[in-house]
Ligand binder design. Structure first.
Ligand code: FMN
Length: 315
C-alpha cells in the first residue's frame, strides 16, 4: 500500500496548473473521462486531456481505422467528435465534477476556429488548460499536394495559431507537436515564442500497414498514426531535443506503459508524461504508473520528482 501523503513530493507545474503528480491521460485515449470513471480513480491523475473537440461535428475517417502493429497500433480516426455545442452541453457537466486538472484538446480548420473554440471553452471554470492539437496526422490542412500537411510541421503556422489563441485566453496553453518533422527544436521554439505555456509531444508517427495477400492497405485511409511502445525511442529523442530548445515545460509521451518509461521521459526533459495507447490495454494503467513513480522516488531517495527532469547521464 502506497502512502498518499508522499504524493506532495510529486507535484509538477505546467503553466498555471499544479499537477499532483506528473501523470496525465492523453487526448483521444481517455474519451471525455466519463467513459473511464468505472475503471480508474480519475482524481489520482495529475491531469486528463479530452478527445480533441472541433467547432462542428465530424464523422471521422472511414473504417477500418484501427490496426494492430508490432508493439503498437495505427489509427486514422480523423477527429471524430460531436462538436463544440455537444461538448458544452453533454461533456462539461461531468468534467465539472472532476477533482483533477481538465485539459481540453481543440482542433480547428482555420485560425478563427481555434480562436472561437478557445474563447468559448475559457468561459468554463472546470477547464484548466487548452491543448492545441496542431499535429493530428489524420486530418490534412491545406492542399494534399503541398509538402507541409500539418500545422505543426510549419513553424510560421505554429507561431500564427499560438499567438492568435494566446490573445483569447488567460488559461494555460499547451501546444501538441508532431514528430513528423526534421527539426523539432525550431517548431518547439516557435510555440514558446508565441506564448505557449507548455508543449506536448509526441503525437503519432505517420505509418502504413499492408496485407501481403490481399495487397490492400489495412486502414481505409491507407495512412495512419503509429503509437504505443514501438515509438518510445523516437519519442524520447524528440523530448530530449525539445528540452534543449525551450524553457517551457514539456509533457512527454509516446509508448509509455510503466513507471520506468515515465521516469525515462522525465530524465530526457519531460516535466509531466502522458499515457495513451496503454489505456486501451489497461484502463487503470495511470494509477499503476503513479504508484510505480512513488515507489521509484522512495527507493531512489528522490525528494522532489522535479529533480529528475533533464538529468539523463550522457557521458
Ligand atoms: C485512437 C487514438 C486516438 C487519438 N486521438 C487524438 C486526438 O483526438 N487528439 C490528439 O491530440 N491526439 C490523439 N491521439 C494521439 C495520442 O494522444 C498520443 O499523442 C499518441 O498516441 C502517442 O502516445 P501513446 O504512444 O502513449 O499512445 C490519438 C491516439 C490514438 C491511439
Amino acid at each position: 500500500m502506497v502512502n498518499k501523503s508522499k504524493m506532495k513530493k510529486l507535484n509538477v507545474k505546467i503553466g498555471k496548473m499544479v499537477l499532483r503528480n506528473p501523470v496525465t491521460a492523453l487526448s483521444g485515449t481517455f474519451g471525455y473521462a466519463e467513459e473511464m470513471k468505472d475503471f480508474v480513480d480519475i482524481s489520482r491523475l495529475g491531469a486528463i486531456v479530452t478527445k480533441s473537440v472541433t467547432l462542428n461535428p465530424r464523422n471521422g475517417n472511414p473504417t477500418p481505422r484501427i490496426v494492430e502493429t508490432p508493439s503498437g497500433m495505427l489509427n486514422s480516426i480523423g477527429l471524430e467528435n460531436k462538436g463544440l455545442k455537444d461538448f458544452i452541453q453533454n461533456k462539461i457537466p461531468f468534467l465539472e465534477k472532476l477533482r483533477t486538472n481538465v485539459v481540453v484538446s481543440i482542433a480547428g480548420f482555420s485560425i478563427q476556429e481555434f480562436e472561437k473554440l478557445t474563447e468559448r471553452l475559457s468561459e468554463y471554470n472546470c477547464v484548466s488548460a487548452i491543448e492545441l492539437n496542431l499535429s493530428c496526422p489524420n486530418v490534412i490542412h491545406g492542399k494534399k499536394t503541398t509538402a507541409k500537411r500539418l500545422i505543426a510541421q510549419d513553424e510560421v503556422a505554429v507561431n500564427k495559431v499560438v499567438s492568435r489563441v494566446r490573445k483569447k485566453t488567460k488559461l494555460t496553453i499547451i501546444t501538441k507537436l508532431t514528430p513528423n518533422v526534421t527539426d523539432i527544436k525550431k517548431i518547439a521554439k516557435a510555440a514558446e515564442n508565441a506564448g505557449s505555456d507548455a508543449i506536448s509531444l509526441i503525437n503519432t508517427i505517420f505509418g502504413i500497414s499492408v496485407d501481403a495477400y490481399s495487397r490492400k492497405a489495412n486502414l481505409a485511409n491507407t495512412v495512419g498514426g503509429l503509437s504505443g511502445p514501438a515509438i518510445k525511442p523516437v519519442a524520447l529523442y524528440f523530448v530530449h531535443q525539445a528540452y534543449q530548445a525551450v524553457k517551457i515545460p514539456i509533457i512527454g509521451s509516446g509508448g509509455i506503459m510503466s513507471a520506468e518509461d515515465a521516469i525515462e521521459f522525465m530524465l530526457c526533459g519531460a516535466t509531466a508524461v502522458g499515457l495513451g495507447t496503454a489505456n486501451f490495454i489497461n484502463p487503470a494503467v495511470a494509477t499503476n504508473v503513479i504508484d510505480g513513480i512513488m515507489h521509484y522516488a522512495k527507493t531512489n531517495r528522490i525528494k522532489n520528482i522535479n529533480n529528475l527532469i533533464g538529468r539523463i547521464i550522457t557521458d
